[in-house]
Write a protein that binds this ligand. Structure first.
Ligand SMILES: Cc1cc2nc3c(=O)[nH]c(=O)nc-3n(C[C@H](O)[C@H](O)[C@H](O)COP(=O)(O)O)c2cc1C
Length: 267
């Protein structure tokens, strides 16, 4: 099949999903016509459309075994028209559960044809010096795997005469999807003395939860616990409050999800 160009769409508050997408795109080797990083709110105002002779790679982190809830409206605004799509999720070495099938279902509902899927591992958003989880992943092996996956998708597309002939990938997951964990406002960010009020945290917050007039204040109603502000702080002034549920979960993950998991591919 002739693919005119590649479109990329990804949400990546702490950068692991973006790194995987970049490696997959490298392996695919098509010209990139659109690089839709939908991490920031303004980018989620722009709808994306793709035609039957373009390939779309759509990638999101796993939140609670599902796709991040805040992405649903944008994903459901995708305008696809028999567009071949590769669905990718990135999880923090616990489990990806129903996230990949949920993403594939949404994309199919928007007119895409899911050619393949993959689940990669990224450093857990809650990972800290005290409770490290999947630190520095994706690593070189993961990125090689992502590039190889891109090459395999390219080979599969090159061998296809028509999208209708594409074999359906066996994407794992249950329907109905895992229930989302109900949660109220989360107030878990601690800001230490090191804070110099540079505002990098507010610039990088995907939901505008950090007060522009007082960078030390985070709106618990808006916060999605992505931990981007903690990871980007140049002064290492931000952390999960001691005794907070996020710190508790990091401790649990550190104890229970220490064994290295490997990426999974569905083609
Ligand atoms: C609110 C929240 C929920 C998460 N839930 C899961 C999960 O269910 N399973 C898992 O393995 N990782 C989970 N993670 C970890 C992220 O999926 C993982 O760290 C991912 O690499 C983050 O992607 P990013 O770097 O693109 O932001 C969660 C992270 C957050 C912030």
């Amino acid at each position: 099949m002739d693919i005119r160009s590649l479109k990329l769409a990804y949400f990546s508050p702490t950068g692991t999903t973006a790194a995987i997408v970049e490696a997959i795109a490298e392996g695919l080797g098509y010209d990139v016509a659109e690089d839709a990083d939908i991490t920031m709110p303004q980018a989620r105002q722009e709808p994306l459309h793709a035609s039957a002779d373009e390939l779309l790679v759509v990638a999101v982190p796993v939140y609670g075994g599902r796709i991040p809830l805040l992405l649903e409206p944008w994903l459901r605004s995708l305008q696809l028209d028999g567009t071949p799509v590769v669905c990718v999720v990135v999880f923090g070495n616990r489990a990806f559960e129903d996230a990949l099938i949920e993403l594939a279902d949404i994309v199919t509902g928007q007119g895409g044809v899911v050619l393949g899927g993959a689940a990669f591992i990224g450093e857990h958003s809650f990972s800290s010096d005290k409770y490290p989880v999947a630190v520095a992943r994706p690593d070189a092996d993961d990125l090689r795997g992502a590039e190889d996956f891109g090459r395999k998708v390219r080979q599969a597309l090159d061998a296809l005469a028509d999208i209708d002939e594409a074999p359906k990938p066996a994407i794992p997951g249950d329907r109905p999807y895992k229930e989302r964990t109900p949660r109220g406002p989360v107030d878990f960010i601690s800001v230490g003395e090191e804070c110099v009020l540079c505002g990098v945290c507010a610039e990088q917050c995907p939901v505008g939860a950090i007060d522009e007039a007082d960078f030390k204040s985070t709106d618990p109603e808006k916060c999605i616990m992505c931990c981007a502000c903690i990871k980007v702080c140049p002064e290492h002034a931000r952390s999960a409050k001691s005794g907070s549920p996020v710190e508790g979960f990091a401790k649990w993950l550190n104890g229970n999800c220490a064994e290295r998991k490997e990426p999974a591919y569905f083609l």
